[in-house]
Design a protein around this ligand. Structure first.
Ligand code: ZN
Length: 328
């Protein structure tokens, strides 16, 4: 587990030996979410050696000061561990231009456009910018094994997946690879924010649940689960659609990418056992109806990431490692 790796790492061996070697390298990874900016420093083996976090505030000025504070703090930690920072990785929601290192339309950050590479130029290290779901997929691949294909399914505000094939992110030609939330399943159902009807995201995401359950509770998904457990029939119906939609998303991933691992993450996945049980019941039902689906052994490939800390930041850091960049 990644959480076991947290803590300062002291360079091994006498100082005379370490000073004769080339300086060991570290990478900083920052996951920028709507609530917090979570940052880690990792060593060359991908182990977390330090972490820090700040609250996210809207707007470019807040983004800049948050980035500076986190990077300066982690550079200090790296320096104390005799590590040189060799790269900075960013994981961020919104429309990411990976080649240019910028984002646009990051609405929940209150930023229309931001050029990370230009802003972080003064640190004089390569800056790698990934979609936050892709960054989490990199961390899942590192945690569960890099061989073959690992898909991270983010059940957060939205529903999207990140695909890592033999350690490399599959971004697709336009950056839309794995955008599974906008596959329309029911032409009669609710209109989605993307303009289509009945997208998986309208039933199997945090925003979809908030919209359908129509609650003002701070945590709509938890509120839904509480009411469903108390016997509220409307809540049970919406909850069933969530299980069904998530199971269909997982089935689509299994058939499209045939991955070794499908890792569930994101805020909705924090519901834990009741959610997983509901999804597995649906997958079992699909299997009972089809020998083909049964032959795919989908539940055996399914795992969760809720026990892992700093997933997005770790993935952003790993994606910015010099050896990863060579393969990019
Ligand atoms: Zn849609």
């Amino acid at each position: 587990m990644v959480s076991q790796n947290v803590g300062p790492e002291i360079p091994a061996g006498p100082m005379q030996q370490t000073t004769q070697k080339a300086a060991r390298q570290a990478t900083i990874g920052i996951d920028i979410g709507g609530t917090t900016m979570d940052a880690v420093a990792i060593n060359e083996a991908g182990k977390i050696i330090a972490s820090d976090v700040v609250h996210t505030h809207k707007g470019t000025d807040a983004l800049q000061s948050g980035l500076r504070r986190l990077i300066d703090s982690l550079r200090e930690s790296c320096s104390l561990a005799s590590l040189t920072v060799a790269g900075i990785g960013i994981g961020v929601p919104g429309k990411v231009n990976h080649a240019k290192g910028s984002i646009s339309d990051a609405l929940n950050l209150g930023v229309n456009f931001f050029d990370f590479r230009k802003f972080l130029d003064s640190y004089r290290v390569p800056v790698n910018v990934e979609n936050d779901v892709n960054a989490a997929a990199v961390a899942a691949a590192q945690t569960f094994g890099k061989k073959g294909t690992v898909v991270f399914l983010n059940m957060g505000t939205g529903l999207a997946s990140g695909v890592v094939i033999n350690g490399r992110i599959d971004r697709g030609i336009s950056g839309a690879a794995g955008e599974i939330g906008h596959i329309p399943m029911d032409p009669q159902a609710l209109r989605c924010t993307c303009g289509q009807r009945g997208c998986l995201e309208t039933i199997a995401s945090g925003s979809g649940i908030a919209r359908r359950w129509g609650t003002h509770a701070k945590y709509p998904v938890k509120d839904l689960f509480d009411h469903a457990a108390q016997g509220d029939v409307t809540a049970q119906h919406i909850q069933y659609d969530l299980f069904w939609g998530a199971a269909r998303a997982i089935q689509l991933i299994a058939q499209t990418f045939d991955p070794a691992i499908i890792a569930l993450g994101g805020g909705v996945s924090n519901m834990g056992e009741p959610l997983l049980k509901g999804i597995l019941t649906e997958l079992d039902r699909f299997s009972s109806e089809s020998a083909f689906i049964r032959s795919l052994n989908i539940p055996e490939r399914l795992t969760t990431t809720t026990h892992l800390q700093h997933l997005g930041a770790l993935g952003a850091g790993v994606a910015a490692q010099p050896q990863t960049q060579l393969n990019a």
